[in-house]
Design a binder for this molecule. Structure first.
Ligand SMILES: Nc1ncnc2c1ncn2[C@@H]1O[C@H](COP(=O)(O)OP(=O)(O)OP(=O)(O)O)[C@@H](O)[C@H]1O
Ligand SMILES: [Mg+2]
Length: 233
């Protein structure tokens, strides 16, 4: 798939039993843009991201990646068929694998041959500033370094879409700021479409082109970030 993929949600709803969590969401995300999903705890941010990832199935509506339908009521394309990369709050690295093995995993899943795999792993680790840590285990790294490994793993296969669920929430505020700016720079260099869940307004402003505010399972507002300094219109 092309590195430029737009995302479209049409009338997407989701419920846990009788509790409606997302209510007829309509949203278009332009290929190559970065959208932050902002909103209070419990408003449905992670639920919406899981729908994009293929970890949950919508109750109503349709999800499109470019021209490709990826989910509708009663059917969804599994995560591994979606050409996505994901980064979670808790890093979700495999503790028994080295940094390089963690990062190589998506390439193995795609049957990329060994030589090319090693080269792409090296490049991804260089991009996140961790080239010299390739043979370490995740337990020998700081939280910020572990999240960089998760980021390298998410980008190594050059997916069309990157999904982030509060990736910086476990880090202290100075590190959060610097890593957030680094991620913004990296995402723009890659040109990947990105959806970034956070409850931190500042992170959203540092990183995103548009900020979608969710409240009670509905879109309360969509705002465009007008300058790199993070002012919003
Ligand atoms: N497995 C589950 N079973 C039942 N209800 C759930 C489940 N997971 C989430 N919910 C409910 O769905 C709603 C939305 O949850 P979601 O995790 O999407 O919120 P969120 O916006 O990501 O919140 P946070 O900022 O705290 O991560 C909440 O009311 C939550 O209690
Ligand atoms: Mg959440």
């Amino acid at each position: 798939m092309s590195a430029f993929t737009d995302i479209r949600l049409e009338g997407v709803s989701y419920a846990f039993g009788t509790h409606t969590v997302l209510n007829r969401i309509d949203l278009s995300i332009k290929a190559g843009s970065i959208v932050a999903l902002l909103g209070p705890s419990g408003c449905g941010k992670s639920t919406l991201l899981r729908l994009l990832a293929g970890l949950s199935e919508p109750k109503e509506g349709h999800v499109w990646f470019g021209e490709r339908l990826v989910a509708k009521s009663g059917w969804m394309l599994p995560p591994e068929a979606r050409d996505i990369g994901m980064v979670f709050q808790d890093y979700a690295l495999w503790p028994h694998m080295s940094v390089a093995q963690n990062v190589a995993f998506p390439l193995k899943m795609r049957n990329v041959p060994g030589g090319e795999r090693a080269q792409r792993v090296r490049q991804a680790l260089e991009r996140v500033g961790l080239a010299e840590f390739a043979s370490r285990k995740p337990s020998g790294l700081s939280g910020g370094q572990q999240q960089r490994v998760a980021l390298a793993r998410a980008i190594v296969a050059e997916p069309g879409i990157l999904l982030f669920d509060e990736p910086l929430s476990n880090l202290d505020s100075a590190l959060r700021k610097s890593l957030c700016h680094e991620m913004a720079h990296l995402l723009r260099a890659l040109g990947t479409t990105a959806v970034y869940v956070t409850h931190d307004r500042q992170e959203a402003q540092w990183l995103a082109d548009r900020i979608v505010h969710l409240d009670g399972g509905e879109i309360a507002s969509v705002r465009t970030v007008t300058s790199s300094s993070g002012e919003i219109a």
